[in-house]
Ligand binder design. Sequence first.
Ligand code: CA
Length: 516
Amino acid sequence: MKLHSLFALTASVALTASLNAAGAATPKQPNILWIMSDDHAAEAIGAYGGILAPLNPTPTLDRLAAEGMRFTNAVVTNSICTPSRATLITGQYSNVNGVRTLSDVLPVANQYLPKQMREAGYQTAIIGKWHLTSEPAAFDYYCVLPGQGKYFNPSFHKKGAGQWPDNIIHTGDNIYDSAHSTDVIADFSLEWLKHRDRSKPFFLMNHFKAPHDNFENAERYDFLYDDVTIPEPASMRDVPNYGSEATKGTGTSVGKRNQRRNMGDHMFVDKSLSDSEYMRVSYQRYMKKYLRCVRGVDDNVARLLAYLKETGELDNTIILYTADQGFMLGEHDYIDKRWMYEPSLRVPFIVRFPGHVAAGSVNDALINNTDFAPTLLDFAGVKTPDYMQGRSVRPILEGHTPADWRTASYYRYWMHMTHHDNPAHYGIRTKDFKLIFFYGLPLDAKDALPTPTTPGWELYDLRKDPDERHNVYSKPAYAKTVAQLKDQLLQLKKDAGDTDEKYPDLVRLWEKTSHP
Ligand code: CA
């Protein structure tokens, strides 16, 4: 194993960077460890109490929640990997930071969060998944997967190993054999922590690749859940009033519903099985793979926490656990993200910081992923920069929800009918309702099929129907609510800077479909 020599280089690089920016730190700044996973739905965290909780999928994350605060209404503003990550780094909506789709690139100059952290005196690092194409040059140190990266023997772009993008190291060749990405990422984080500049507080983004598909778990989890039947979400087989003309037949299915894109195909399920049996087998295989990857994440979070405890830094470190978006795990017979539906929209958001954040607290304030950067900066003593659109959640974490806190969140997904057959849409989520406009138009030739789809509206009454099984958009009893939410949605859209001025067809479509 050549791990030691690899990190000797790391340490010298980090030391040089720290000397260049010496003197800015104050003893009051806490360390910040931001642990993120890719596609980890809140449903697949025990503390969130969903149908998977009895399987005890995440004992460590549950402990983190028991020692900190868990948010039940944390949502994203665009439920897809690269755009969400750009929002996390910029504190801006996709239409403002320019990363609306998987193929958009965030310029180095716009890596605001690490840049601000460094200026505030932090030693900064990102280790693991980055997925933003440009070099993470605003960090003092980085060791990131190229694109999605690999599950076994992953390669990394490593700061100090040459010029980007050729600064690649190969774990299979140089460091380990048969190493799993989740273990390697945690190992690299631990090594960085051990060799860091202790005269400064640290800001470390440890971002796992898991449990993004196509799943491969570490061998030690091969038999986990082998003799267990994973509970199915009720909406997987029973969706009487769900959806609209705009969404019928779209999205990747668990079972045979979408012949072109279904998970059974990827799980090698026997096509001769009945529809119902095919769905059952597909779901079981998919979920076991997913949950085995989740357990790998949980066990490695435990290693990071154990190290901080050992060094006496656990209680002076803010620990944040999130995902880049949520994920459909069979709800409405869907797999994948992209949708504004709850499992895909909602993310886990758990913060542990003893003495500041009450242990075992649960908060239902509506926060979104433009808020995450302002929150971490606030704890670092940095006022939210004007160009960030989110707002610091710190007062809420410290037990004081501002009276004028957000009551509605804006959402938009642009990638019309690409990859997983999801139509583009935008909408508003309040605590009580969700209104979605599927506008049916590809707006960007490089990310869209040429054919428009049927436009349509969906309204869910989350008070009575948290699983979104009844689209009540056309019910007369909701006419007033629909009108109010439409006004509010237009205002939110404008406030987010998303004007669609280049797309007059879309504006006309809103007007046409809004007054049937
Ligand atoms: Ca993701």
